[in-house]
Every structure is written in C-alpha cells, then in structure tokens.
Ligand binder design. Structure first.
Ligand SMILES: Nc1ncnc2c1ncn2[C@@H]1O[C@H](COP(=O)(O)OP(=O)(O)O)[C@@H](O)[C@H]1O
Ligand SMILES: [Mg+2]
Length: 373
C-alpha cells in the first residue's frame, strides 16, 4: 500500500515507519514529504492510496495545509495528524475534506494502524460505488441505443400498415364495402396509435440517457395553445367538455423547441379532457410569475388525483386507481414524458388536485427563456 507521509519532524517519521513495520499482513511503501510544495509534487507524479498529513510544516500551517493538499489529492483519503492540543483543528479539518484525524498522544500507537486500514477500506468502498455507478450509466446508454434501433425497426413496417390502409380508405385500391371500410379504419387508427407510442418510448429513453436535443426557436405560446385547443377539440368531439383558452397576445416570446412545447401542452390538455368524463370546463391560462417565469396553467373539473398519487403518476406506466376503475384508456407514459420535456427546457411541472373536484397542472418556463418584445 502506497502512503504519502507529509511530516517535517524526523522523530515522527521514524515513529510512523516503525508502527507500519509492526503489521506483518501488509507491505507499506512510505514516501516522505517534508513540505506542502514537496507533497504536491509527489501527488502530481504518483497515485497514493492514503495521505498522512501533519498540519504544521515549514511552508504552511493549520487548515490551509489541508486545503492545499485536498486540492491536488484527486480523491485520495487524507488522515490528519495533529498535536495533543489541536482537537478542534482536527474536527475542522474534516470539514475541509480530511477523512479522519489522529491526535499524537499515547494512544497514537494503537490507533494509527487501524486508521490506515479503515482509510484503505473506505477507498475500496468508494471505488466500488463509483464502478457501480459507471456500470448503471453504461446500462442506461445501452438500453437507450437498443430502444432507438428497435423503434426504427418497428416503424418501418408500421409505416407500410399506416400508408396502405390510408390509401385503401381513399378508395385508391378500389371501392370499399362498409364493413371493409370500418375494419381498415380500425387498422389505420391502431397503426397511428402504435406509431405515437413508439415515439413516446423513444423520447423517454432519450430523456433517461440525457440525450434529448432541444432546439432554440422563437415560440408564440398563444399560437401553440390555439392550435392545441383546435386539434384536441377535433380529436375529442364526443367529450362533453368545453375547452376555454384565455391567453393574452402581449406575452413575451418563449425560446424553445416548438414541437416539444406543443407536445407538453397537448399531453396536459388531453389528460384534462380525458379525465373529465362527466363534462365540465377545461381552462387554459398563461401568466407571468413574480419571479418573471412563464406559467401555463391547465385547470379541469374532472375526476381528480388522490394526493398520495401525485408523485407516482409522473413515473412511467403509473396511473391512478380512479382512472382505472372508470376504465379510461391510457398507458401512463404521457406525464413522465411531459415532465422530461419541460425539464429539458429548464422548467418544472406542478400538479394540484382534489378527488372529485378537479386538477390544476402548471408548467413553468424559466425567465431566461423569455424575450419581451
Ligand atoms: N387531469 C387529470 N385528472 C385526473 N387524473 C389525471 C389527470 N392527468 C393525469 N391523471 C392521472 O395520471 C395518470 C398518468 O397520466 P399520463 O401519464 O398522461 O398517462 P395516461 O393518460 O396515458 O394514463 C393517468 O392515468 C391518470 O390516472
Ligand atoms: Mg395522458
């Protein structure tokens, strides 16, 4: 085990050396540096498993000694050695990055070896944690590229299903009988649904792997909301829900990815309509917060979300019991994707809800993304 001993007193050096020699189970290689600058040089040239650091040296004393060594230690554990009167400094050293401190009194002989062994054990545990984290990151990346390839492979045949069914619906392959039209319409809709689902899964995996790209265009939030209201109105013609948008035109321009911002608003508005099966209004408003953020608020009078479920439904595939009992169709992917898209813009999503009363979902975009005209 390679140890760097930073110590200017020859007696102390001999003492440490003799204590280490008493341990038959380990081969300690001790490098001695008499000053901080010498120690920094040693740390630049070689990797040590532990640094034993006396605080009072010819070119530095007290906590600044810890600071200058910690700066170049690259994660190597530091055990501070202090004289008897310095217990307070020893404690302060821990706050400056040291892992442990030893007081040079009569107990020193007993504790030094133990402290050295602990330090090594800590170094091993830290390495294991680091390796586990790296492995997990690698796994996420592999999963993400697996999903990207799979999505591509699934979309190719799906485009044929969608394209040809569309072609047949337009009577380009001869006139259809009523039953045929009904079935092919079903095939077409299912194909489009799957296409959307694959896109969602792909985006979610990109978000998880931190690979989602966000463009920086100028967006009129009022236009986006108008468009979403119109499309949702068309998609949910049977719903007894009134969509009311109340958006000033004088709002600042939002800098962001138009497709993604549209998707954010669409997902939340679609939920508001879908989870208001008994009718009611859905109100969409935009305002600026005191801190200058843009707040988009979507408020419904639907089934509501139990308080305990609010965190849960932001996770993939999670849905509330209320919506399942009512047999409202869904995958549970909309909100996690929306959250990821909002966060990719540096924003946040907030949900407030009462069961049977309704839900307010607020998306905030940071002031740094707004441009006042
Ligand atoms: N406006 C809302 N009112 C009531 N419940 C909601 C609302 N929005 C979301 N939820 C609940 O959150 C769950 C997750 O939403 P989401 O991720 O969009 O998935 P999906 O709509 O496909 O079920 C829904 O299944 C529903 O239980
Ligand atoms: Mg949804």
């Amino acid at each position: 085990m390679d140890i760097l001993l930073v110590e200017d007193s020859r007696t102390s050096v001999l003492m440490v050396q003799s204590l280490l020699d008493e341990d038959p189970t380990e081969n300690y290689r001790l490098t001695v540096a008499g000053t901080v600058s010498e120690a920094r040089e040693c740390l630049g040239n070689h990797e040590y498993e532990l640094i034993l650091l006396d605080l009072t040296l010819p070119d530095s004393s007290g906590l600044s000694t810890v600071d200058s060594i910690f700066e170049v230690a690259k994660g190597t554990g530091i055990v501070v050695l202090t004289s008897t009167s310095d217990e307070k400094i020893g404690l302060a050293a821990l706050q400056h990055g040291a892992q442990d401190f030893l007081i040079k009194d009569e107990t020193y002989r007993k504790v030094l070896l133990r402290a050295v062994k602990y330090a090594r054990q800590r170094a091993i545990s830290e390495r294991e944690v680091r390796e586990a984290r790296e492995l997990a990151e690698f796994a996420t990346k592999s999963k993400s590229s697996f999903i990207a390839n799979l999505s591509h492979e699934l979309r190719t045949p799906l485009n044929a299903v969608i394209g040809f069914s569309e072609l047949m619906l337009n009577d380009l392959a001869g006139e259809l009988q009523a039953k045929q039209r009904e079935y092919i319409d079903d095939i077409h809709k299912s194909g489009q649904y799957l296409h959307g689902l694959i896109g969602t899964v792909l985006d979610l995996s990109k978000i998880e792997a931190d690979r989602l790209e966000v463009s920086e265009d100028f967006i009129s939030i009022a236009d986006v909301i108008d468009e979403v209201v119109e499309r949702t109105g068309v998609a949910y013609t049977d719903a007894e829900v009134k969509l009311i948008a109340n958006v000033q035109t004088s709002l600042p321009v939002l800098k962001g990815d138009p497709t993604k911002v549209r998707q954010i608003i669409t997902n939340i508005v679609t939920n508001a309509v879908k989870y208001s099966p008994d009718g009611g209004d859905v109100n969409i408003g935009v305002r600026l917060s005191d801190g200058g953020e843009m707040l988009v608020e979507i408020k419904d009078q639907g089934i509501g979300i139990p308080k305990d479920d609010i965190t849960k439904i932001l996770m993939p595939f999670e849905r509330t019991q209320v919506s399942k009992d009512r047999q409202i169709e869904g995958t549970g992917l909309g909100l996690p994707l929306t959250k990821g898209l909002v966060e990719a813009h540096g924003g946040a999503i907030n949900i407030e809800s009462d069961v049977g009363v309704g839900t307010v979902v607020t998306v905030s975009f940071p002031a740094s993304r707004l441009i006042s005209l």
